[in-house]
Design a protein around this ligand. Structure first.
Ligand code: MG
Ligand code: MG
Ligand code: MG
Length: 311
């Protein structure tokens, strides 16, 4: 329908992006805006599938092109991460928890950005603010988003507000956060059926570091050894991606959520490599630098890259 307002997250949708679209559309519907519908900017990943099936919620429609559409953006505010032709859309609102990006609007809009661990945390507080009761299902989806984005509270992006929100939501949905979180991680870590392409693009975002074009992906697993047999194939896919997307570098964070460390796989130009090594204070050996305690792309990988390339 032409007049629908689509709530949509970023491309390579993660659990926070998809469930934030669903829960925010639900909140708007309850506030009387019946034409607000959730959407996803691409195929839904295994973790999100697990979450939606668990709470018996249908996956949202897929929105591939935003031309002339009314949209509310959740969980991102960068053109490079948004649905195609986002600048030809009528952006009505943005709800996010990332750095302020490059989305521009022609008129003033409601823009709520807050440095918390997940968009789900912000939306839960908006239900409260509007005095709207949170259903068991919506509570489950928002809890899943927070647990996913904060890697079960282990990520440095996690705040006290995220923890307090999960505590409230877990009471409503009746799920134990740690137990449910581990099941979610298991679903996410199931990489047997995944191709190298799935692994590179499962959670892939583009950035511009002072003119250096980068793609930075992340895959979270319970044991890095599971990824070892696919390493060469993954690197080949990263090189291919560099060509096809016209990037100067592609980084893939192989994150071990149990050991709380990331193997940062790198392919790129000599200039990009120098910046990457400067950012992480080491030498690239066999296409990677291993970093203890690094779990968050947003807080621990993007900022050092940004300063390393700053002219
Ligand atoms: Mg996200
Ligand atoms: Mg998020
Ligand atoms: Mg993430």
């Amino acid at each position: 329908m032409a007049d629908n307002i689509y709530v949509v997250g970023h491309k390579s949708p993660d659990t926070d992006s998809v469930t934030s679209a669903i829960t925010y559309a639900n909140l708007k519907n309850q506030l009387g805006m019946k034409d607000v519908v959730p959407a996803a900017a691409g195929e839904i990943n295994n973790e999100t599938k697990y979450v939606l099936e668990h709470f018996k919620i249908a996956p949202p429609v897929v929105l591939k092109d935003a031309t002339d559409k009314k949209v509310i953006l959740v969980d991102h505010n960068e053109v490079g991460q948004a649905v195609d032709n986002i600048m030809k859309a009528d952006i009505q609102e943005i709800i996010d928890h990332h750095k302020i990006g490059d989305i521009q609007t022609g008129k003033p809009i409601f823009f709520h950005n807050e440095p918390v661990g997940a968009t789900g945390t912000i939306i839960a507080s908006m239900y409260e603010l509007n005095g709207v009761k949170i259903s068991k299902e919506m509570a489950g989806l928002m809890m899943a988003a927070i647990l996913s984005d904060t890697v079960l509270f282990k990520s440095p992006t996690c705040t006290d507000k995220d923890k307090a929100t999960v505590e409230k939501l877990s009471k409503i949905c009746g799920e134990d956060p740690q137990k449910f979180g581990m099941e979610m991680l298991k679903a996410k870590s199931d990489i047997k059926s995944k191709t190298a392409k799935d692994i590179v693009f499962g959670d892939f975002k583009k950035f511009d570091f002072s003119g250096v074009k980068a793609g930075v992906g992340q895959i979270e697993v319970m044991d890095l050894a599971d990824l070892a047999p696919k390493r060469e194939e993954i690197l080949a896919e990263m090189r291919k991606t560099m060509e096809s997307e016209k990037l100067d570098m592609v980084v893939l964070m192989l994150t071990d959520v149990i050991k709380e460390a990331s193997d940062l796989l790198f392919v790129g130009t000599d200039e990009a490599k120098a910046g990457f090594e400067k950012a992480f204070g080491g030498k690239v050996v066999n296409n990677s630098i291993y970093k203890e305690k690094v779990l968050s792309r947003k807080k621990q990988v993007i900022p050092p890259l940004e300063s390393a390339f700053k002219k």
